[in-house]
Design a protein around this ligand. Structure first.
Ligand SMILES: [Zn+2]
Length: 474
């Protein structure tokens, strides 16, 4: 290793353990993550730090301010932001926001990043420290193989860019409250994927998923991946959930159900690639040249009267049976409703104060709990097709609970059945509410029930077994 070491106890301790790090890395890989495991009084799955997670806001998002304490390096800062948004944000309710210079307007709790040529490291979870994260852009002293004029095979593309992205993905996992995956108690000798590398017993550690040898939070996998592992995503969603409804002007439409909401006459102002995304399959449709036939749809006009480029005949619609109730506002968010900003920043015609607001009494999510609501996990352990991250969520506390082994004593329960999937344990599953709930459920495995409000109970990975036309109605 060509790393130069500052003369303090912490780095020398790490130098001693760094000889262990090499063992579990591919022979061709010369990068060593010599990150500090603990900064100050805090350390850094998924394996999380109990009580360190960032809070949800009223609209179902986890908004985390980010700023830089170091000027310049705009290309490198863009790589960091892209990686974080594409991976941590786009897979969950998390929205790292801001990304400008740290100043007096930065909220007390924020991720404050300093750029220097030392070992990257971060506080774990909610923090007000300044800085709270260190990132390396030059690699002149630390992990010099990231920037040594040799194009290494382990770093596809430009080595330095690859290293910056990989490290950012890992450090922002710490910022979200996740420890190193090798600290997960499931990481034990003689088990598959054992990572023999700086294992630290975390007294406040929380096991969120089973041990994941492929986690971007593991020293034994970090340098091999610039995307989250599937268990990283599962743990992220178990911790932070997904957002209920969101207008997106820049993200790829993953993983939620997204509907293109374009206005062809306003393409010059960025309206060709905007999406409205919902956590579950809500049957949202978009109409940019007048109302559709209304027998089966309930529509809400989307208009900005100061924009003359085609915005007089646009509608967002849901099926008439949907629990989703939209209200549009060109004058700011509506008190008492959840709202998503309907804004295309590239359009100068007055969109910054527009919001799509909604209520949603009940929602099904095939990809994690819906943040800020009351959710019941819907797992049928005998079904291998995507059921381990499904949730039914209500806006009010209804005492929702799911059983894969018959009705629940003391609750009012409704059979949830798909006869085509009985081989995977379906037949004695029940969704239940407290006896004081006003919800009176009816189940249908053959489409929505007329004159009822219905939620699609749809796991896309299990549609071959009959799950694409099932509804819970009330
Ligand atoms: Zn780390």
């Amino acid at each position: 290793m060509k790393n130069s070491l500052s003369d303090n106890g912490v780095t020398r301790f790490l130098f001693l353990i760094s000889s262990l790090l090499v063992a579990c890395e591919p022979a061709t890989q010369r990068v060593v993550d010599r990150e500090v495991v603990a900064v100050g009084s805090q350390g850094e799955a998924l394996y999380g730090k109990t009580g360190s997670y960032w809070p949800a806001d009223a609209n179902g998002f986890t908004v985390i301010p980010v700023c830089w304490t170091t000027a310049n390096n705009n290309s490198e800062k863009t790589w960091v932001r892209q990686t974080v948004e594409e991976q941590w944000d786009n897979n969950s309710s998390v929205r790292f926001t801001g990304w400008g210079d740290c100043d007096g307007n930065t909220p007390v709790n924020a991720v404050r990043i300093e750029v220097d040529d030392s070992n990257p490291r971060s506080f774990v979870g909610v923090t007000s420290d300044n800085p709270s994260m260190y990132l390396n852009f030059t690699f002149a002293n630390w992990s010099t193989s990231c920037n040594d004029a040799v194009d290494d095979a382990w770093a596809p593309g430009d080595d330095r860019e690859y290293c910056i992205r990989v490290v950012a993905l890992h450090e922002f996992g710490h910022a979200l409250g996740f420890y190193h995956e090798q600290d997960n108690p499931g990481n034990t000798p003689n088990t598959p994927g054992y990572c023999n590398n700086t294992i630290v017993q975390q007294t406040d550690g929380q096991v969120i998923t089973q041990y994941d040898p492929d986690s971007s939070m593991s020293y034994c996998a970090q340098w091999n991946r610039k995307t989250l592992s599937s268990l990283d995503v599962e743990g992220l969603r178990k911790t932070y959930g997904v957002s209920p409804v969101e207008f997106r002007y820049q993200y790829s439409p993953f993983p939620a159900a997204c509907t293109l909401v374009n206005e062809p006459n306003d393409n010059n102002h960025g309206w060709a690639d905007n999406y409205l995304c919902t956590a579950g399959s809500e049957g949202v449709t978009w109409h940019n040249s007048g109302l559709p036939p209304l027998l089966t749809k309930r529509c809400t006009q989307i208009t900005e009267v100061l924009d003359l480029n085609g915005w007089l005949d646009n509608y967002i619609c849901v099926p008439t049976y949907s629990p989703l109730q939209f209200t549009y506002s060109s004058l700011g968010p509506i008190a008492g409703m959840r709202c998503t900003s309907w804004n295309e920043p590239a359009d100068p015609n007055n969109w910054e104060n527009n919001y799509l607001c909604y209520t949603q009494k009940l929602a099904f999510s095939p990809a994690g709990k819906i943040l800020g609501t009351h959710c019941a996990e819907l797992n049928e352990p005998n079904d291998p097709n995507g059921w381990k991250d499904n949730f039914l969520c209500s806006d009010q506390a209804e005492g929702l609970a799911f059983s894969a082994t018959g009705p629940i004593t003391g609750k009012r329960c409704t059979l949830v059945d798909e006869p085509n999937d009985s081989a995977h344990g379906w037949g004695n599953n029940y969704i239940c509410v407290s006896t004081t709930s006003t919800l009176q459920f009816q189940w249908s495995n053959t489409g929505p029930i007329p004159n009822k409000t219905c939620v699609a109970w749809n796991e896309p990975l299990d549609s071959a077994n009959g799950w694409s036309d099932n509804y819970l109605c009330y």
